[in-house]
Design a protein. Structure first.
Length: 393
């Protein structure tokens, strides 16, 4: 519905693409290597790579859904089916943004907040739905309810996962009697879900003053999922004992990512945005202008955009986009854990070589190493056995 209405208001799909190109919104192949620029080809590549690895391997909600399937074959099939659907979701989200940019390219609702009452770009989608469909009874409420229902499906899975992890990893080891009492465990899990939900509501209320809730959401995900992915990766690649080593690497990774995240969130640094315009706000609000016949070059200029103040002397970590936090956390945690393993646990292997949790590459390497050692042992034994014979002759 939003697609159809937006394409109509934007003057057609071709016109929308043209406006996005002229406004610099489709600069997909920016190969600039700059860790302070938010949107480049490399940022998108590494962010997509690490998001995919996290979602499909260590994300608790995703793993919980896979465990509900009957066998591994069905789990793999579910992953293969979900991949194109997830790509379509990201693509449609980007297309939503391009459509709304084309619709409001002459009159940005945030810059024109005196008339629209909007303060954040998170509000544009509900604003467009209300302003477009307010004349159709109950359609506006249905549209907004659809947005909330889509969010609630994810939130419910997250709350359920938090409660399950708390029960299994923290409550049951301490209160072992609850392991045999499913009713009490289930009741406690439901209570924890309610408690975690209340905490999430409080956090959401505390974050209402932030400039973008999506920015904060990505920031928190990237802060914790990078080090977590590193720990799971190490668990597949080594057989060494690394209890304390993992804890050391995890704390190091979390410390660095939290530091970068807090710097990004509270430093006050704002990257210079792409140009926007309010040139035709009066005409746009009166709905009397023909969008499809207006040239974007006539209204877009850097002077029409609210420019942030200069931050030439800003600390570089304050300018690092949240895209890079996940890869940085992964690298820091991975390296610190391996260094700790090399120092303290390199001679202690606690995971069996045939463990199903090891990577096939590690199993193959272990098998080849064993074959080489066995071959050397046979050669040494042959040498020892042949020595007396050679002495007699």
């Amino acid at each position: 519905m939003l697609f159809a209405a937006g394409i109509e208001d934007g003057g057609g799909l071709a016109n929308i693409i043209d406006r996005a190109k002229e406004g610099g919104r489709l600069n997909l192949f920016n190969f600039q290597v700059d860790f302070t620029t938010r949107y480049t080809f490399w940022n998108g590549l590494f962010q997509g790579l690490f998001i995919g690895l996290s979602v499909y391997s260590v994300n608790q909600t995703g793993v919980q859904r896979l465990l509900s399937l009957r066998n591994t074959k069905r789990a793999k099939l579910a992953l293969l089916i979900s991949n194109p659907l997830l790509n379509f979701l990201f693509l449609s989200s980007c297309l939503h943004g391009i459509i709304l940019y084309a619709v409001y390219f002459m009159c940005d609702p945030i810059l024109n907040s005196r008339e629209t009452g909007l303060a954040k770009y998170d509000q544009i989608v509900p604003y467009y739905l209300v302003s477009k469909f307010h004349s159709i009874p109950e359609l506006t409420g249905l549209s907004v309810a659809g947005l909330f229902s889509g969010s609630l499906t994810t939130i419910s899975s997250i709350l359920n996962s938090l409660a399950t992890v708390t029960i299994v990893d923290f409550v049951h080891p301490i209160f072992q009697s609850l392991q045999k009492n499913e009713k009490k465990s289930l009741f406690l899990a439901k209570g924890l879900s309610v408690a975690y939900g209340a905490i999430c509501i409080c956090i959401a209320l505390a974050l209402t003053k932030t400039s973008s809730i999506s920015h904060v959401g990505f920031l928190f995900n990237n802060t914790f999922e990078g080090p977590t992915l590193a720990i799971f990766t190490i668990g597949m690649l080594t057989r060494k004992g690394f209890g304390k080593s993992v804890l050391f690497g995890l704390l190091a990774g979390f410390s660095v990512t939290l530091w970068i995240g807090c710097c990004s969130l509270f430093s006050g640094y704002v990257e210079t945005p792409l140009p926007l315009s309010t040139s035709m706000c009066a005409t746009t609000l009166n709905n009397t202008y023909d969008y499809s016949t207006f040239e974007i070059s006539n209204v877009i200029s850097p002077s029409t955009t609210s420019e942030p103040s200069s931050h030439d002397d800003t600390f570089i970590l304050n300018k690092m986009p949240y895209f890079w936090i996940r890869p940085v956390g992964f690298v820091i945690t991975f390296c610190c854990t391996y260094i700790a393993i090399f120092i303290s646990d390199r001679n202690r292997a606690v995971i069996p070589p045939d463990s199903k949790y090891l990577s096939p590459v590690v199993k193959l390497w272990t098998k080849n190493s064993k074959a080489t050692e066995h071959q050397k042992e046979n050669i040494n034994n042959f040498t020892l056995e042949s020595s007396p014979f050679s002495e007699r002759h």
